[in-house]
Every structure is written in C-alpha cells, then in structure tokens.
Design a protein around this ligand. Structure first.
Ligand code: WQD
Length: 337
C-alpha cells in the first residue's frame, strides 16, 4: 500500500518513513529540500533496508501537485509534514508561511477530494493551546489566539481540514506534537538545524560538542518549581510510530470520526534545568550555561494529557527523557566527527 509522506526527508518525516517501511508500507516522499538534504535518503535506507520513492518537487506549484497525483494515483494515504516551522521567521515573513503552509495544504486537499476515499494526517502543534489554563493539556482545551503566523498556519490548517472533511470523502487525523527531539538510535538520521538553533535540545547538544560557548537559559523567575519553563519533550521515534498507528486507524475505519485530534507527548513535563541535568548525566560532562532574561512569547508550561492517544490509538511514548537525550547526543557526536 502506497503512502505519500510530504516533507519526508525532514526531521520527523524521515523517522516516520522508516517506521512506515518497517511496517510494510510502500512510501513515496515529496520534499523540496528547502530544509533537508537528499543524504537523508541514505540514512533511511541504512536503517530500513528499503528505498522509498523520492520526488523532488515543490508543493507550492499547483500543476506539479496535480501531475504528482496523476502519476501516483494509487496513493492510499497522505502524511503531510512539509511546512515551514521557524516561529521568528514567520513573524518576519508571514506570507512565506501562509504560502508554504496553507497553499500547499489546499492543493493537496483539492486532489484528495476527487478520490473515492482519502486518508490524511496533519502535523499540528501544541502551540494551538497557547498558555493553557490547565495542565496536563487535553485535546478539548480551548484554542488560543495564535502568537505567530507560524502558529496561525497550524490553527488555520486544522480548520481547513475540518471544513473539507465535513463535505468530502477525506478522513483526517490531526496530530498535535509537543516538543519533538532526539534521533534514531542508530544515529543514521536525526535533526539538522540550519544556523544557530533556536530550540533547546539542538542548542544543548551543540554546546556539549563545543560549537557553542554556553547555553542561555531564558528566565528562571517563572511560576514553576525551579523557575524555568516546562515542556513535554517527546522522542522523535515515538512520535513517528504514532503516525503509523494513526494511519492504520484511518485505513481500518473502525469507529472512526471524520476528523480526530490527538495530543502527542509523553505526559510528563520537564523544566529547562531538568533537561540540562539529564543531559549532563547522559553525556558525562558539565554543560556550560547562564541564566538570562525571558524570551519573548515563551509560554510558562505545556505538557500533554495523552489519555486519548493511549486509549483510542493504543499508542504510548516509550522513551524516557534521558534515552531521547542520549540519542540526540549520539547523533550530534556522529555528525560532527
Ligand atoms: C523550550 C524551552 C525556552 C532555547 C517550539 C516551537 C513551537 C512548538 C514547540 C512546533 C523554553 C528554553 C530554549 C535556548 C532556553 N511547536 N530555551 N534556551 O518554546 O516549546 O517552542 O517547539 O510546532 O512552535 O517554537 O521549544 O525548544 O524553543 O524551547 O532556555 O537557547 O527551552 O525558553 O522554555 P518551545 P524550544
């Protein structure tokens, strides 16, 4: 059975391709290599022993999307990762984000709605909850006004899919990721941030390897036990596996609603200082850091209630924070060696 993975050479996409192939799915990847590299294919093959079909193309070009679906008219499901994801960049250049994240979604759905049946999985984000009132966050927590064009594209994306599913044969699952991190345990694939990482985990591993002098901890005066912000860090392999079970749920159609939403996290919150301590333990070295002022727009705390994913999908994150950090560290050491 052929599954389209857009953005399949990216961080979460590549790990999902591996898990899909391990489960016997045939995969076709679309990627424009804007934030990835064809080298990632080698890592995917090294792990899974299978070569996915790769179509280098840009989903912003509508007639190319049409041509793709004509050529691959046997695509049974779509997992749509391809999107831009840098919050700051989205503030600087909102139209880039609306074009990359919304136009592409519309073009794909226009193709899918012509099919007798279509199964669609969307990469959404816990960012839709903003500063939630209650922890852990359940899927029915209210959606907050988006704090960036990036976050807005995830909210609008969810709305578009919901509207389309109501009146077409498209069934969809919206997956709200908390903080994806780590790398494949083989260190054949992992995260490849461009430039100075804005996210905590790659900044930590780059500091650990000596590429950065020290980590800046953005604020230790928040209303949390140690004063630093709390997040739900989830191993990318656990996240990838959730996509496979979500796809299987769509394909099996048992007790399926037209659109379903799931939080994907571990259910455990970790503070920045706890992450640093865990990193020091797995790497066996001290991490240089200093406390600086708060970062604009940071929310204080966000971690998932994962009951719905646990019961409905039958999925649960397996890796501990330390295991996830160990995989990120192994990957960092490999790519800098
Ligand atoms: C985590 C914590 C920082 C860097 C991102 C995306 C968001 C989303 C989830 C994507 C925070 C602190 C960080 C550093 C630090 N979803 N930190 N020093 O803020 O949850 O957001 O992931 O779809 O859209 O932006 O993750 O990794 O940036 O930060 O102290 O150098 O680490 O303040 O508390 P965040 P992050």
């Amino acid at each position: 059975m052929k599954i389209l993975v857009t953005g399949g050479l990216g961080f979460i996409g590549s790990h999902t391709v591996v898990e899909l192939q391990n489960e016997g799915f045939e995969v076709v990847i679309i990627d424009n290599l804007s934030n990835s590299s064809e080298e990632v294919l080698k890592g995917i093959v090294a792990i899974s022993g299978k070569t996915p079909i790769f179509e280098k193309m840009d989903l912003r070009i509508k007639n190319e999307v049409e041509a793709f679906f004509k050529k691959h008219n046997d695509v049974a499901g779509v997992i749509h990762f391809a999107a831009s994801k840098a919050v700051g960049e989205s503030v600087e250049n909102p139209l880039l984000y609306y074009e990359n994240n919304i136009n592409t979604l519309v073009y794909i759905l226009q193709e899918l709605q012509q099919k007798a049946e279509a199964h669609f999985i969307f990469s959404s984000s816990c960012t839709v909850y903003g500063e939630a009132e209650k922890m852990p966050i359940t899927e029915d927590a209210s959606i907050q006004v988006a704090m960036s064009p990036y976050g807005n594209t995830k909210q609008i994306g969810e709305e578009i899919i919901t509207d389309v599913a109501k009146v077409t044969n498209v069934n969809a699952i919206l997956l709200r990721y908390f903080n994806p991190m780590g790398a494949h345990p083989t260190a054949e694939i992992g995260e490849l941030p461009i430039g100075v990482p804005q996210n905590l985990i790659p900044f930590i591993t780059q500091t650990g390897i000596g590429m950065r002098k020290e980590l800046s901890v953005y604020g230790n005066d928040y209303s949390t036990p140690d004063g630093t912000c709390i997040r739900d860090y989830i191993h990318v392999v656990d996240l990838a596996k959730a996509h496979v079970v979500a796809l299987q749920r769509l394909l099996n159609k048992k007790n399926l609603s037209k659109v379903e939403t799931f939080n994907l996290g571990t259910g455990t919150g970790s503070s920045v200082l706890e992450v640093i301590t865990a990193f020091e333990k797995v790497s066996g070295q001290k991490l240089p850091y200093k406390i600086v002022g708060r970062r604009d727009g940071d929310i204080i705390s966000a971690y998932a209630n994962t009951d719905k994913a646990n019961t409905v999908l039958g999925w649960k994150a397996q890796s501990t924070l330390e295991e996830a950090l160990a995989s990120a560290w192994k990957w960092e050491q490999k790519i800098r060696s």
